[in-house]
Design a protein around this ligand. Structure first.
Ligand code: PEP
Ligand code: MG
Length: 356
């Protein structure tokens, strides 16, 4: 355990970029990291000047840069980074670490409203709860999942919600009520089947009817689905029949396409966003949405990875949602990009055996 490796008063360096922690660093390492820290600070100051610069490519394409948030207060950082909205509010963070005691309707309503107020009129995309697998309800009861061999393939996200309609209706009512106070997009995770889509839409209508019967005010929402299961990516036209917009969850799409547990260190080297199968699914999903004039965004880690920005632009993506800290670095890539040229290049990349 950490307490065996780290002594009282030891220096530790946390290198979040590399994902390493260095205990008791030598003076040379310490100096190196001091240097990197100053460089990083200078780079941040330089990027900060782009905060109010519109995200336009060289050929004049306007790109939407949105923030991923976990808690309502994260909107502060999102606004500060120049996000033009929230593309993914991971609502499960309101449910986690509470010993299984779920937030009631009012508590959720207040939290969603806080996020909406925090974004000062910009749109907020609230994803319904994505509990399960790598995001267990809370640590002690996470053991309940031990009996399941493949929790990532189990009762998570929309499956968990549909298994408990009263719980799901509570969340839906809270989101709809919050939507009376600003622009809200309601995003549903992990859908694969048409009958799950219909069941979900049915529950949304039920939630509206319940609010009507109680005389509670609610607002309109744009409805979106996450594309994060290969089966969904392969049946995009079905989704577009029912939804106003789609958002690609590349974290799970990669996990499920390549059969790589995204939380398993021992196979992390095989977790490849550039696998031709992954790129094909992403490319086709974007193309289909663009052809039908429907909104399409990417909200997985790929959207905030500056080494992927040009490829995603080339594939036709115009909306990216990411951790607020990545917004300015990605904007810098966008300002230097020419989408007409990137489109030709991206098509070549798609044909490659080794796109990386
Ligand atoms: C994803 O799967 O890419 C995604 C954005 O959702 P999460 O990481 O919360 O599963
Ligand atoms: Mg996901």
């Amino acid at each position: 355990s950490a307490s065996q490796l780290i002594e009282q008063d030891d220096w530790v360096i946390i290198d979040g970029d590399a994902g390493v922690l260095i205990v008791d660093p030598s003076p040379i390492i310490l100096a190196e990291y001091g240097f990197r820290q100053r460089q990083g600070e200078l780079e941040r100051q330089r990027l900060n000047r782009l905060r109010h610069t519109p995200a336009l490519t060289l050929d004049g394409q306007r790109i939407e840069l949105l923030a991923n948030i976990e808690m309502p207060d994260d909107t502060l950082g999102a606004v500060e980074a120049g996000a033009v909205g929230v593309g993914l509010f991971r609502s499960e963070f309101l449910f986690m670490g509470r010993n299984g005691k779920l937030p009631n309707e009012n508590e959720q309503y207040m939290a969603y409203r806080k996020a909406i107020d925090g974004m000062q009129g910009m749109p907020v995309t609230i994803r319904t709860v994505d509990i399960g697998s790598d995001k267990p309800l809370d640590r002690p009861t996470a053991k309940a999942q031990d009996g399941h061999l493949n929790p990532a393939l189990g009762l998570r996200a929309i499956r968990w919600s549909l298994a408990d309609p009263p719980m799901f209706l509570t969340q839906l009512r809270a989101i709809l009520r919050a939507a009376a106070h600003g622009q809200v997009n309601l995003l549903v995770p992990m859908l694969a089947h048409a009958h799950e889509i219909r069941q979900t839409l049915d529950l949304i209508n039920q939630a509206r009817a319940q609010l009507d019967s109680h005389g509670l005010a609610y607002g309109p929402v744009r409805l979106g689905a996450m594309i994060e299961i290969p089966a969904a990516a392969l049946t995009v036209p079905v989704f577009l029949k029912y939804f106003d917009f789609l958002s690609i969850g590349t974290n799970d799409l990669i996990q499920y396409t390549l059969a790589i547990d995204r939380a398993d260190e021992s196979v992390a080297h095989l977790y490849d966003p550039c696998h031709p199968a992954v790129l094909r699914l992403i490319a086709d999903t974007i193309a289909e949405c663009n052809a039908q004039g429907k909104g399409i965004s990417v909200c997985g880690e790929m959207a905030g990875d500056v080494s992927m920005t040009r490829l995603l632009l080339g594939l036709g993506l115009r909306s990216f949602s990411m951790h607020p800290s990545q917004i300015l670095p990605v904007k810098q890539q966008i300002l230097r990009a020419d989408t007409a040229k990137l489109k030709v290049w991206a098509n070549e990349v798609l044909k490659s055996e080794n796109p990386a």
